[in-house]
Design a protein around this ligand. Structure first.
Ligand SMILES: Cc1cc2nc3c(=O)[nH]c(=O)nc-3n(C[C@H](O)[C@H](O)[C@H](O)COP(=O)(O)OP(=O)(O)OC[C@H]3O[C@@H](n4cnc5c(N)ncnc54)[C@H](O)[C@@H]3O)c2cc1C
Length: 463
């Protein structure tokens, strides 16, 4: 880091920003050099600099920045290494994005087995956060499709990790937020598709009870499910929303004009938010108008959509995070176990609507039982409902999220580290409790000098 200038870096929510030194290795050799320079391979090098891998920086809070240390951008390590067209087994470098996987493999009839709400995430980031998609109720999270990966450790060794080999490190790295080392190569299985289209339907619900009833009634029959909630609705309408159900369209589902080219890619078209919008634009009035319009328009429809519009509508607006103004925003995502979901969601939505703090997009999904089988992982999904809310950074935000944390904890839930910017060491430990203690033993074994640290791990005292 000698002679380098530090740069201010943040996650997608642009809050908080931290000073860090940036490295952008273009080969495995230069990556190894970056680890050496940081003191990572030197047993006496602890404290000579923190180190952390960063993918596309699509985590919202402070998980992908090494505060005052070396943040290693993995984006140039993005080669495909091997593909088996019989089984869908793909070996690749961790800087490859979901967008690049789709671009390359949709025309061959394969799809990423799990996609988040943006395609601009890397495979390294997807493993480190153990990301989930709209198909968690059926397929579980990303790690379910990862067969093995190779990890660069603080000792400068590259070790193979799988369910059989170095299994403890495999599980600690899944959901481990980059704190066990740097994934330098990975292997995962893609899913076969007949077309690049999604057949979907939307069903409107007048309140939370109805919405949860719709999940019960329809979800099992569909590959993908997600609900949008109007979080400013109150009283009898509390939790009103629209459930969107989707499936990969088969050839026979397609209209005649699409049948000749069923595996078409969507050309990338983006409009970009050119500057920071004044945060005052997102007030109770504009949010309430937007939410009412969405509720009115997205009524019971059945349609065929291309994969891009269905999975990644926000990607069509470049830098949409600027809409929240210079101060940035946080995304609060929690999950609540099934038995407590209804009560907890009611309390959280009440807290938002009473405060008049809507969220432009409030999203509800259900996690199924295929959760991470290891008790040494910090993987976020547990069975239950997961609610996602955006809040602009403003006075009393932290006070409000603390209140939400209390509600979540009292119902046995937890907050997603890939989105977090506000938890404390105490609330984090209560939420991740036993798994954290088990995970920590593996962290101490593989990174005894705590070389791999992020602003998040410092804030939450994860070491
Ligand atoms: C619009 C939007 C929608 C989203 N929707 C979802 C969703 O539906 N479901 C979901 O689960 N998440 C969702 N996310 C969050 C996102 O999927 C995760 O934060 C993901 O980790 C981001 O990947 P990235 O490549 O940008 O990683 P970064 O944000 O750069 O890093 C995330 C973590 O991964 C670690 N990491 C990155 N590369 C490596 C590597 N090679 N080796 C070891 N560790 C590494 C970093 O240290 C960091 O801790 C969404 C984010 C956005 C902006």
């Amino acid at each position: 880091m000698a002679g380098q200038d530090s740069t201010s870096l943040s996650g997608w929510g642009r809050y908080p920003s931290v000073d860090t030194f940036i490295d952008r290795p273009e080969s495995r050799a230069s990556l190894l050099q970056a680890v050496q320079n940081s003191g990572g391979t030197n047993s006496s090098g602890a404290g000579s600099g923190d180190l952390l891998a960063r993918g596309k920086g699509r985590s919202y809070g402070d998980a992908a920045e090494a505060a005052c240390g070396q943040t290693v951008l993995m984006e140039k390590l993005n080669r495909f290494m091997a593909f088996d067209s019989e089984t869908g087994l793909l070996r690749l470098e961790p800087g490859v994005t979901i967008a690049e996987i789709l671009q390359t493999f949709i025309p061959k009839g394969w799809f990423s087995p799990v996609v988040p709400g943006t395609k601009f995430v890397t495979v390294g980031g997807a493993i480190a956060a153990d990301i989930h998609g709209k198909n968690h109720h059926r397929d579980g999270s990303f790690s379910n499709f990862v067969t093995r990966f190779w990890l660069l450790t603080a000792a400068g060794e590259i070790i193979e990790c799988s369910r059989i080999q170095n299994a403890d490190i495999f599980w600690a790295t899944i959901g481990g937020m980059g704190l066990t080392g740097i994934i330098v190569e990975a292997e995962l299985t893609l899913s076969p598709i007949e077309s690049s289209y999604i057949s979907y339907k939307s069903i409107r619900a007048d309140n939370l009870t109805e919405l949860m009833g719709l999940f019960d009634q329809h979800e099992e029959r569909h590959h993908y499910s997600v609900a949008w909630i109007d979080c400013l609705a109150q009283k009898n309408s509390l939790g009103r929303g629209v459930l969107l159900l989707g499936d990969h369209a088969k050839l026979t589902d397609l209209p005649e004009q699409l049948k000749n080219h069923p595996l078409t890619l969507k050309p990338d078209k983006q409009v970009t938010v050119p500057f920071d919008m004044p945060s005052s634009l997102l007030n109770r009035y504009t949010m309430s108008t937007f939410n009412s319009l969405f509720y009115a328009v997205k009524t019971n429809q059945e349609k065929i959509a291309d994969y891009d519009s269905y999975f990644f509508p926000l990607d069509a607006i470049g830098s949409w995070n600027r809409m929240y103004g210079k101060a940035g925003f946080i995304q609060y995502q929690c999950v609540i176990p099934p038995a407590a979901s209804k009560q907890a969601l009611t309390e959280i939505l009440n807290a938002c609507s009473q405060k008049g703090w809507g969220s432009f997009l409030a999203v509800l999904k259900r996690f199924g039982s295929k959760t991470c089988p290891s008790n040494t992982s910090l993987s976020f999904p547990i069975a239950g409902y997961t609610l996602t809310l955006d809040f602009p950074v403003k006075a009393s935000l932290i006070e409000f999220t603390r209140k939400l944390d209390e509600l979540v904890i009292s119902h046995g839930g937890r907050v997603y580290l890939a989105k977090d910017a506000c938890l404390t060491p105490e609330t984090f430990r209560t939420m991740y409790n036993a798994n954290f203690e088990n995970w920590r033993q593996i962290k101490h074994k593989i990174d005894p000098d705590n070389v791999f640290r992020s602003a998040l791990s410092q804030r939450l005292e994860i070491n």
